[in-house]
Design a protein around this ligand. Structure first.
Ligand code: BGC
Length: 590
C-alpha cells in the first residue's frame, strides 16, 4: 500500500544507532518541546529529538538569519558528544501551511480552500516545492503540512485549511503536495506531515476538536481516503488529530493509530501528537502519556511541560506500563525518518546550501503565488457582464479588506491568529495595491464615504472575514453550543468567531459600505475575502458582480489580473455555497 521508508541502508544504520542509545536518549528522541520552553543546553542534556515553533512563535526579529541562528544552536546542541550520548541531529518543525508564512517576508500562498478552487494538482506541487525552499532557507527541515482535512461543516474554524469537502479533490492533491515538499528526500526537500489523523473535518456542527460521529465505512471513504496517495508518496510523518471518533480521542486510539495507519496502511514513518493533544486523554497527565504512547503516538508535541512528559515516560517504561518494545518502535521510526530524509548527512544549518540562499519571498516564488490567486478566484455573479472592468475607468475601491494584507492572508500568518493591516506582511500587495498598480484612476475610500456618482463609474468593494485560526474561527449558533462551554480542548475556553454564517449579520459593516456606494447609483463589484463560503444573499442583491477570493495570501495583484481581464476566471467552488434563497453547487463558477 505505502512506499517503504526503510531500505536496507537505513535499516542497518538505524539498528546500529538504536543499539547504542540509553533509555534516556530514546525517550528524549520522542519529545518535541516548543522553542520558547527549551534552551539549546537543555536539548543536549535531555537528548531532545525535535523542537517546534507553535503558530507565530519566532526567534529574534523573525528574519531568515534569526531562524538559521536558532536552528544552528539547537542542532549543534543535539550533536554534542559526551560519554552518555550518541549525537543525533535535531529535527525542527513549523507550520508552513500556506508558504512559510510565520516568517517575515516569506511568500504567502492562498490558504487551502482557495487552492481547492484551482483544481490544479501541478500547481500544488510547485507551491509545495517553493514552500520547501523557503523553509530550508531558514534552516528548518520539517513542516506540519499538508492538511488533508475534508471539512464537512463550514462552521468549523479550520474550513480554510481544507481543500474541499470532496475527498476526491483532496486526494487528487495529496500526492503532489507530498512530492513537492519532500522532493523524494533530495536536497531541496523537507519532511512533510499529513494531518490531522483522522476525521478532523467531520466533527458534529464543525466543532473544532470535537467528536466525529460516523461509521467506519464513512470515516474511510471521506476522511482517510486522502491519506492513501500521501502514504503512496512516502509521507514521512503523520499528526494525530485533536478530535474524537465516536467518543474516543484519536490521540489514545490504538485502533486508528496503530492497527489502521501503521499496520493496515503500512505507514513506516512516525506519528507526532498535536499540541498538548495527549493531555486531553485523562485528567492524570501520567496516565495520558501511557495511553498515547501505547496507542501509537511516537513523538510528543508539548507546549511547556516537556520535562514532566519525560519523567512519566521513563517511569512507565521502568514499571512496564509502556513496554520497551513500544519505545524502540517509536525511536526506530523517528530515526528512520531522520535517516531517510538525509538529516544525518546535512551539515549544521548555518552551513547548509539552502540556508545561504536568499530565496524567502523571491520574485519567482511570488509569481507562482500570484498565479494561484488568479486561479483560485470564483466568479459567482456577473450581471450584464460588468466584469472584466476597464482599467481606465474611474474606480472607487472600498471595504475593510481592500487594503489589508494581514486580513487577506488569514490565520497562521506571522501570528497564530493572523494579523491586521499591511505592516507585518512584508512584500506582496494588498488587493488595493494590486488594483492601484494597473488602474490609474482608482481611488481608495475604505468605508465608501467618498462615493460620488459624478466621479466614479464603478466600485470594487472588498469585504468578508478577519483572520482566525482553529476553534477561534468556529461559528457556534446560540442554542447549538454555548460559546466557550466545551471541555474538549484548549480552544474551548476561547470565544468562537460568531454565531452565524450570514455575512449581513456577522459583518454588517460590509453591507453598510456597499450601501454607502450603491445609494449613489454606482454599480458595485464585491470581492469576498473569507475562510469559508458565507450566506451572502443580501450582498448579492446589492451588487452587480460577486467574486469569492478566499484567503489569497500576500499576492493581491492576482485579483487585479482577473478583475481587469488580463486572465480569465477559471476557479470553481471547492465547497457547496450555502444560501437563504440562492445556491450554487460545488463546481460552480462562471
Ligand atoms: C494545530 C496543528 C499545528 C500545531 C503546531 C496545533 O494547535 O492543531 O495543526 O501543527 O498546533 O503549531
Amino acid at each position: 500500500m505505502t512506499a517503504t521508508l526503510a531500505n536496507r541502508e537505513t535499516t542497518a544504520y538505524v539498528e546500529s544507532l538504536l543499539a547504542r542509545l540509553t533509555l534516556e536518549q530514546k525517550v528524549g528522541q520522542m519529545i518535541q518541546p516548543e522553542r520558547m520552553a527549551i534552551t539549546p543546553d537543555e536539548v543536549a542534556e535531555y537528548h531532545i529529538g525535535s523542537v517546534l515553533s507553535g503558530g507565530g512563535s519566532a526567534p529574534g526579529a523573525n528574519t531568515a538569519a534569526d531562524w538559521i541562528a536558532m536552528n544552528d544552536a539547537y542542532w549543534m546542541a543535539s550533536m554534542r558528544d559526551a560519554p552518555n550520548r550518541v549525537p543525533i541531529p535535531l529535527l525542527y518543525g513549523v507550520d508552513a501551511v500556506h508558504g512559510h508564512a510565520n516568517v517575515l517576508g516569506a511568500t504567502v500562498f492562498p490558504h487551502n480552500i482557495g487552492l481547492g478552487a484551482t483544481r490544479d494538482p501541478d500547481l500544488m506541487e510547485r507551491i509545495a516545492q517553493i514552500t520547501a525552499r523557503e523553509v530550508l532557507a531558514t534552516g528548518v527541515d520539517w513542516t506540519f503540512a499538508p492538511t488533508l482535512a475534508v471539512a464537512k461543516h463550514i462552521y468549523w474554524g479550520r474550513t480554510y485549511e481544507s481543500f474541499s469537502d470532496d475527498p476526491h479533490l483532496v486526494s487528487s492533491y495529496a500526492g503532489a503536495l507530498v512530492r513537492g515538499l519532500q522532493q523524494e528526500c533530495g536536497r531541496g526537500g523537507v519532511v512533510a506531515c499529513a494531518k490531522h489523523w483522522v476525521g478532523d473535518g467531520g466533527t458534529t456542527n464543525g466543532r473544532d476538536q470535537g467528536n466525529t460521529a460516523i461509521s467506519e465505512e464513512e470515516l474511510e471513504r471521506t476522511h482517510m481516503a486522502p491519506y492513501l496517495p500521501a502514504l503512496q508518496e512516502g509521507v514521512l510523518t503523520v499528526m494525530a488529530s485533536f478530535n474524537s471518533w465516536n467518543g474516543v480521542k484519536c490521540h489514545g486510539n490504538r485502533y486508528l493509530l496503530t492497527e489502521v495507519l501503521k499496520e493496515r496502511l503500512g505507514f513506516g514513518g512516525f506519528v507526532i501528537s498535536d499540541w498538548d493533544g495527549v493531555d486531553y486523554l485523562s485528567d492524570d497527565p501520567a496516565e495520558a502519556m501511557a495511553m498515547a504512547a501505547n496507542a501509537g503516538v511516537d513523538m510528543f508535541m508539548v507546549s511547556v511541560e516537556w520535562k514532566r512528559c519525560i519523567t512519566h515516560l521513563l517511569d512507565h517504561v521502568r514499571t512496564g506500563v509502556v513496554p520497551m518494545s513500544r519505545i524502540d518502535d517509536a525511536v526506530r521510526r523517528i530515526l528512520t525518518v531522520k535517516h531517510r530524509y538525509g538529516l544525518f548527512d546535512r551539515p549544521r544549518p548555518a552551513e547548509r546550501y539552502w540556508s545561504s540562499q536568499d530565496c524567502l519571498g523571491a520574485p519567482e516564488h511570488r509569481e507562482v503565488a500570484r498565479e494561484a490567486v488568479r486561479k483560485s478566484l470564483v466568479l459567482l455573479q456577473n450581471t450584464n457582464n460588468i466584469l472584466p472592468l476597464d482599467r481606465t475607468a474611474r474606480l472607487l475601491v472600498a471595504g475593510k479588506n481592500a487594503d489589508n494584507r494581514g486580513h487577506q492572508c488569514g490565520g497562521f500568518t506571522v501570528a497564530w491568529q493572523g494579523t491586521n493591516g499591511n505592516e507585518q506582511i512584508i512584500g506582496g500587495t494588498s488587493i488595493w495595491e494590486g488594483i492601484k498598480a494597473v488602474a490609474p484612476h482608482a481611488q481608495l475610500s475604505v468605508d465608501g464615504s467618498a462615493a460620488n456618482a459624478s466621479a466614479h463609474d464603478v466600485a470594487i468593494v472588498v469585504i468578508g472575514e478577519r483572520p482566525y485560526a482553529e476553534g477561534m474561527g468556529d461559528i457556534r449558533p446560540a442554542g447549538l453550543v454555548a460559546p466557550g462551554s466545551s471541555p474538549e480542548g484548549r480552544t474551548a475556553k476561547l470565544d468562537a468567531y460568531g454565531q452565524t454564517i450570514e455575512l449581513a449579520v456577522l459583518h454588517p459593516e460590509d453591507l453598510a459600505t456597499i450601501r454607502a456606494i450603491t445609494r449613489h447609483g454606482i454599480p458595485v463589484v464585491a470581492v469576498l475575502v473569507s475562510g469559508r463560503p458565507l450566506i451572502v444573499d443580501t450582498e448579492l442583491t446589492e451588487t452587480k458582480a460577486f467574486v469569492a477570493a478566499w484567503l489569497p495570501g500576500s499576492e493581491g495583484q492576482g485579483v487585479a489580473d482577473v478583475l481587469f481581464g488580463d486572465h480569465a476566471f477559471t476557479g470553481v467552488l471547492p465547497f457547496a455555497w450555502p444560501h437563504i434563497t440562492t445556491r450554487w453547487p460545488r463546481g460552480y463558477g462562471l
